[in-house]
Design a protein around this ligand. Sequence first.
Ligand SMILES: NC(=O)c1ccc[n+]([C@@H]2O[C@H](COP(=O)([O-])OP(=O)(O)OC[C@H]3O[C@@H](n4cnc5c(N)ncnc54)[C@H](O)[C@@H]3O)[C@@H](O)[C@H]2O)c1
Length: 369
Amino acid sequence: MTDKKLRYLLVGVGSNVYNMHKAGLELDCNEVVAVCDIREEPARREAEAWNCPYYLDYKQMIAENEADALIVMVPHTLHAEMSIYAMQHGLNVLCEKPMAIHVAEADQMIAVAKETGKVLAINFQQRLRPEVVAAKELIDEGRLGKIQQVDVKITWTRTYKYYREAGWRGSWAGEGGALLMNQGPHDLDMICHLAGMPKRVYAWTPTIAHQITPEDTAQAMMEWDNGALGSLHASTAEAGQPQRFEIIGTQGHLQINKGSLRFASFDTDVIEFIKASDKSFAEPDMIEESIPMDPQYTGSHRDTHLDFYHAVTQHKPASADGITGIRGLELANAMIYSNYTGQAVDFPLDREKYAALLADLRAREAAQQ
Ligand SMILES: NC(=O)c1ccc[n+]([C@@H]2O[C@H](COP(=O)([O-])OP(=O)(O)OC[C@H]3O[C@@H](n4cnc5c(N)ncnc54)[C@H](O)[C@@H]3O)[C@@H](O)[C@H]2O)c1
């Protein structure tokens, strides 16, 4: 680490997620130069806490302060606009997930990062959970063999109050979706981070229990280029299923639960075994392995702050840049597109068709109000 302090501008300091950033911002290597929120009360309060000026307009904050980076913590409809403006005005960007609400916007963010040479990092702190880091290493080392199956189940229970307390949540206008755009991005990102981008998806995205127009539940089937198949079930209207992530390969079986990783390798590659076995009913022996986890990782926002610091000051690749951060968004958009067309969607998702669908969903939502 160099001695250079990273000078931050913060936008959205009245948000819930800002509280998760505080431990990272308090690192010795960081300095908060100015803060912004359209609501004056949190902006003034946090300016006092950091002993810095506050703004109600992020463009004015960028114009009046020398800084290295902007952290974007506002509703996702604003992520693309603010990130692009910041990069075009000389700042590196750490943007909250999801990076945008539809892939065409995310494409523009990636293009501007390339043009300006600025770091565009997306806050997917769950990639830095110790069990996820260890799982990724196992997969990259080929310990699972060829991936055959990927399954994710999760409930992110949310109440009516949650949607009422911030008007942008749970609407096509306010966040371009609901479960898949707000709670699901970490799970969708982990699917792509660990198993790679699927080639096709078919999904149902119903609204089961909430008084919102977009989905509160998603059920999706996915297929990868190598023939692997997978499924996702996620909901804010169900309870009792913390994230359960399972990947089965020809040489091993991996299961991630929050804070734990179970890995068992097969004594023979299953494809070789089923070809060669002289028994009718048999499977290879499984050997449970204890996988060490690196204690430097916690999966918190503090980890992404350190990661971002190294990306900006030492030009190391960010743990989640725009190019990999877009994949979970493309999956979310494609699941919504599949639900409304009743068809499987092949990647890449057609940007124009998805933009037209989103515009139509927004128009129908506005007509109901
Ligand atoms: N990484 C994570 O685990 C994680 C967790 C929670 C939220 N998030 C993300 O953080 C973002 C914010 O979510 P939240 O639930 O914390 O939001 P929130 O509703 O609690 O707060 C949003 C804040 O943005 C401010 N704001 C709105 N428009 C603004 C503008 N034009 N200029 C300046 N300030 C503006 C609002 O006044 C408010 O203070 C979302 O994109 C969400 O997906 C990420």
